[in-house]
Design a protein around this ligand. Structure first.
Ligand code: DAH
Length: 335
């Protein structure tokens, strides 16, 4: 019986070492001090002990019970104190800054372009990215044999349905449902069958511009592009037009801005020329007016394209278009 008392005592000491959570603490209480716990059991055994030993054993047991109760109380207190400390706020810790999202650089630049054209009296239009052959090509005076329709460039869904290769089909959709005067831009995503590299991506972004009315001239086109260049890149930027060809405009031109990095002096980015190619433009072809039922004798108009990705790359001196589409936060956090 005395041995038993020693055993309970040493088991209890061992158990106290391993209090990890409130449940373990409670388990110890039940195991030793519970109604059917080890101490209660020992008292039951006491009844069967020889009469002459009873007083000594009883004393020993009572002593054990007192000690265990006392130690348990202390352990419980220490445990609760420890928990309280762990929960207390450390006011000296620096605050945690939430990671705020922000607009993608291409969205920022697109918004800037939209604001500039809105200030020039343009309205914003929109069209589907999945287009029919008719809107993407046919109505824009791009015949079946035109090289732009080559499987190399166009992503076909069916023979008659494509992912639009440019934003120009929005011109057709707007003119079909609206009479002149028209003064619109249409920003959006376009698709081409290209292998990605520093300057190519299978999808990118364009802004289409279209102005139709009476007595609209090439001089108006030049004025608007010039005004855009000044507002976007600064008043010292010069614009030049070079003769070119597009099926949906006649005459057609490509236009360049003087290099935004060297301001036209010639540098590595503009390959020493002082100029950077932007996109194409021209006077709306009579066949395009015919396709939408406009009177080509009465109305004239100009149209232009613009690459949003390209403008953004110039604005922020970004040398690889793929950076826009990789969503690397180290890149995006800089805007
Ligand atoms: N659609 C042409 C392209 O994707 C860009 C363009 C050129 C648009 C001339 C026009 C234009 O409106 O007049 O390369």
């Amino acid at each position: 019986m005395l041995e038993k008392i020693e055993q309970i005592k040493s088991d209890f000491d061992k158990a106290l070492q391993s209090i990890g959570d409130a449940k373990q603490l409670e388990d110890i209480r039940i195991r030793f001090l519970g109604r059917k716990g080890l101490i209660a059991q020992a008292f039951t055994l006491l009844a069967e002990a020889p009469a002459d030993l009873k007083p000594k054993l009883g004393q020993g047991l009572n002593q054990l019970k007192k000690e265990i109760e006392e130690q348990y109380r202390k352990a419980e207190e220490a445990f609760k104190e420890k928990e309280k400390k762990a929960r207390r706020l450390d006011l000296t810790l620096p605050g945690r800054k939430p990671q705020n999202g922000r607009e993608h650089p291409l969205i920022q630049v697109a918004n800037e372009i939209k604001e500039i054209f809105k200030s020039l009296g343009f309205v914003i239009e929109d069209g589907p990215e999945i287009e029919t052959d008719y809107y993407n090509f046919e109505a824009l005076n791009i015949p079946k044999t035109h090289p732009a329709r080559d499987m190399q460039d166009t992503l076909y869904i069916t023979e008659d349905i494509v992912l639009r290769t440019h934003t120009s089909p929005v011109q057709i959709r707007v003119m079909e449902r609206q009479k002149p005067p028209i003064r619109m831009i249409a920003p959006g995503r376009v698709y081409r069958r290209d292998t990605p590299d520093a300057s190519h991506s299978p999808f990118f972004h364009q802004v289409e511009g279209l102005v139709v009315g009476e007595d609209i001239s090439f001089a108006d086109l030049k004025g608007v592009i010039q005004a855009f260049a000044h507002k976007m890149f600064g008043r010292d930027i010069r614009v030049r037009f070079r003769p070119s060809f597009f099926p949906f405009t006649e005459p057609s031109a490509e236009y360049d801005f003087s290099c935004v990095f060297c301001r036209g002096k010639g540098c590595r980015v503009c390959k020493g020329t002082g100029w950077m190619e932007i996109s194409g433009a021209g006077m709306v072809h009579p066949n395009v007016f015919k396709a939408v039922g406009y009177n080509a004798e009465k109305y004239t108009g100009y149209a232009f394209g613009m690459g949003i990705d390209r403008i953004a790359m110039l604005k922020y001196a970004i040398s690889d278009i793929r950076l826009f589409f990789e969503n690397d936060l180290r890149f995006l956090n800089q805007f």
